[in-house]
Design a protein around this ligand. Structure first.
Ligand code: UT7
Length: 369
């Protein structure tokens, strides 16, 4: 690889967060959970998260994030839409075509990417390969989730962890010496661990018209301790593989963003890679685990953009159900992220504009419930 080689370059960044901020005590009260604020903060790093209203779908959030990314990019028009999600609007069809339609993108190709929490990086790597191969020039990569639609509010191992939200990047064809250039990627999967993160019911193995295997089969289930160990190992290995491909050492990375699963996992991976804490970025404290959306929501975080210089070497890594894992290296984009209200011609309502006057831009906008 050399500086002038063609690749995809991030040229727009957007986010969409439901306005409702829910703190730990509210999650505990809602589910009558046997836990407390201190346990959740100490064991996960999470203080609050966003919850979408039941009337707000993953597609609604995806439209908001996509619109925001397009606004931040100026006049560019996407020629493809990839939507990473494990909480689609329906089992069939995919959510991406309707999102593309609502964004006014006509008949561009649009498809969902299903790799659970690794979904955004799977989609980013796929979109980059399509750009490099000439199949498209300007793909819009969105990751959107409403985990409140699948998490049992009475499950103390999941309800405090997950939140809702969406992030998006618009890519364009460019070269590796530009800020925002995707440099390398590493993807992997191990289906022997497919039972560690599941929604058992509702698919072809346990269709809804038959008696469910268990009463809670429609809810999300995670064997947290086992997932934790896999996540640390796989994200570390995958991040090193992506760095090797790029020809970068961990010591030269100036922004490290891991999937916001658990602050202790992120600390452990950062330590194993040898990346100094000052170069690690995240917002799990504010947003919890938003599955596929978590990495683009850090990319879109205004506070992170104030701290990282355009062109800085950046490393993204994720792990999720499947099992899947993925890492991407890129140079930090020279783009101001946007979180915007919808255009009036879009039938979507859940957008919020962050209040930048408070200490953390995404803590401020709304009520706790
Ligand atoms: O996003 C996709 C990838 N996801 C992840 O990578 C998440 C990975 N897993 C985790 O983040 C953590 O495993 C959890 C946050 C889910 C759980 O934390 P942990 O420190 O791994 O706890 P644990 O599962 O090892 O359980 C330790 C103890 C258990 O009690 P016993 O068996 O030791 O008596 C649990 O029952 O903590 C108990 N526990 C809780 N206690 C209070 C589990 N959840 C809670 C809770 N409050 N919310």
């Amino acid at each position: 690889m050399s500086a002038g080689d063609p690749t995809a370059v991030i040229t727009g960044i957007g986010a969409c967060l439901p306005p409702r901020i829910v703190d730990n005590d509210s999650v505990i009260a809602r589910g009558a959970l046997h836990t407390d604020d201190a346990w959740i903060r100490d064991r996960t790093g999470i203080a609050r998260r966003r919850h979408a209203d039941p009337s707000t779908s993953t597609g609604d959030l995806a439209v908001g994030a996509g619109r925001a990314a397009l606004d931040s990019a100026g006049d560019l028009r996407p020629d493809m839409v990839l939507l990473a999600t494990s909480t689609p609007d329906h089992p069939c069809p995919a959510t991406a075509p309707e999102v593309a339609h609502r964004l006014g993108l006509g008949t561009v190709p649009a498809f969902d990417v299903s790799a659970v929490c690794s979904g955004f990086l799977y989609a980013l790597a796929t979109a980059t390969a399509l750009v490099r191969g000439g199949a498209c020039t300007t793909p819009l990569v969105i990751a959107a989730e409403t985990y409140t639609s699948i998490v049992n509010p009475s499950d103390r191992t999941a309800a405090p962890i997950f939140g809702d939200g969406a992030g998006a990047v618009l890519l364009r064809a460019g070269t590796q010496d530009e800020p925002g250039a995707v440099i390398s990627s590493d993807l992997g999967a191990d289906g022997s661990g497919s039972d560690l993160i599941t929604v058992p019911g509702g698919g072809s193995r346990h269709p809804r018209h038959l008696p469910p295997p268990t009463a809670d089969a429609h809810y999300f289930h995670m064997q947290g301790r086992a997932v934790y160990a896999h996540a640390v190992r796989r994200m570390t290995q995958s991040a090193n593989a992506a760095l090797d491909q790029a020809g970068w050492t961990p010591q030269t990375v100036r922004s490290f963003i891991g999937h916001q699963a658990n602050q202790r996992i992120l600390d452990s991976v950062g330590d194993r890679l040898g990346i100094a804490p000052v170069h690690r970025f995240g917002n799990i404290h504010e947003l919890g685990n938003t599955a596929a959306a978590s990495i683009p929501l850090v990319l879109a975080d205004p506070a992170v953009h104030q701290a990282v210089a355009p062109g800085a070497r950046s490393l993204l890594t994720a792990f999720g159900g499947g099992l899947t894992w993925a890492s991407v290296t890129l140079t930090w984009p020279s783009v101001a992220p946007r979180t915007t209200a919808p255009h009036t011609d879009l039938d979507t309502t859940p957008l919020c504009t962050p209040d930048l006057s408070r200490s953390h831009p995404w803590t401020a906008s709304t009520t706790t419930s």
